[in-house]
Design a protein around this ligand. Sequence first.
Ligand SMILES: [Zn+2]
Length: 312
Amino acid sequence: MTKFISVMYHQVRRKKENFFPKLVSLKLNNFKKQINYLDKKYHIVNIDDLKDFFIKRKKFKKNLCMLTFDDGYSSHYNYVFPILKQKGLQGFFFPPSRAIENCELTDQNKAQILLASGATVYDLNEELRNLFISMKIKEKTKLDYDKLEKKFKKPYGFDNADTIFFKRMMQTILPINFKSKIFNLLIKKYVNKSQKSIAKEFYFSLTQAKLMVRGGMFFGNHCYNHLWLENQEENKQKIEILKGIKFLRKIGMKRTDWIMCYPYGSYNKTTIKILKNNDCFLGLTTINKEYNIKKDTVFEIPRIDCNNVFEY
Ligand SMILES: [Zn+2]
């Protein structure tokens, strides 16, 4: 039986970068090694191969590997695109469209930037606790800091408990108005740059996205705002997904047979229903394992973290 793996990449950067050197990223040299390894061992799929495999159930002689790149980082345009193009491989890119169209940082990246700034995670959580009190968040929202801490301060994936707590609070738990005020205060204090200028360096541009499409790369849906979809009502989910489709059309992708990549790997039954009603044919999660043809549905495709590539 043909084996299928999908590999999930985020930041790919040179060994030394002046721009937030502490940001978690895969080194460019390691990326090149991984691509050479995967290209030898697997057939690196393009969109037609994916349709043959998942829709027509075609059998392949070699095992299959899909290369995916989340979040629209400029390093995807600067480093990944030329390498893949030179090798004649297709990469699958999933930028949140607001970041590219409006050049605005996602909450996910704002939190990562703060964690890569001069502040320690303990400083940041201390700030958060103080702001919780001074902004009267408990009184206004009934959210209880201590209870939240108990519930969410647990290690997950590659992150320790404190980091997860800060990320969860700032990426999903706090209501949007408090979140953006806190981000503004903390970024001003700990990162000596405007959010616009950071976003400009962080993401590739709309023009660059179009160039990547013309250069043979595939773009899929990563929504507009990069939200935890499972926490959103149906209508909000729909708006997020439809805005993502609109963006794909804008950069020259087809309207049908598109691929969804759930922001934060978050989705529920409602999400899948919306995908089915809108001609999506594949949904990518962040579950770190290889695809199991008997157990995994086409809307719940797992992806291996790039740090684990050599284990496959
Ligand atoms: Zn993402």
